[in-house]
Design a protein around this ligand. Structure first.
Ligand code: ZN
Length: 123
């Protein structure tokens, strides 16, 4: 028995959050990703790691909100972080360090979550 989320339910969560955040991802993909939890292309294509389906719901939500917010803001600046605080309180503690039995050694810090954007000033 799995307590994980189905891919269909995950997509429904993404749709739900997209409505709340007033963004419209062009495509949403769920696939095997080993180094990242998710990615967002400048064309509005979001890709989420299949492993998220088995992660803690709050962590899953933080990743969904994080990626959707990138459709509005390309970086992790002050505004990005205040929106994260508004929509997904506690995200920063959830995304510090390694998390979950499904992710041994996989750092979930913001720079690992979005390595392509880790050059952007987080301060
Ligand atoms: Zn990011």
């Amino acid at each position: 028995m799995s307590r994980g989320r189905s891919a269909a339910a995950f997509r429904a969560d993404v749709d739900d959050w997209a409505g709340r955040l007033r963004v419209r991802p062009r495509e949403v993909h769920i696939r095997r990703m080993t180094r990242k939890w998710a990615s967002c292309s400048t064309a509005g294509r979001l890709t989420f790691s299949r492993d998220l389906l088995r992660e803690d719901p709050l962590f899953r939500q933080a990743v969904i909100v994080h990626e959707l917010l990138h459709l509005r803001l390309p970086n992790h600046g002050k505004l990005f972080r205040s929106l994260m605080n508004a929509y997904s309180p506690g995200w920063s503690s959830l995304t510090q360090g390694s998390l979950g039995p499904n992710a041994p050694g996989r750092c979930t810090g913001i720079s690992r979550l979005c390595p392509a954007r880790s050059d952007i000033d987080l301060g």
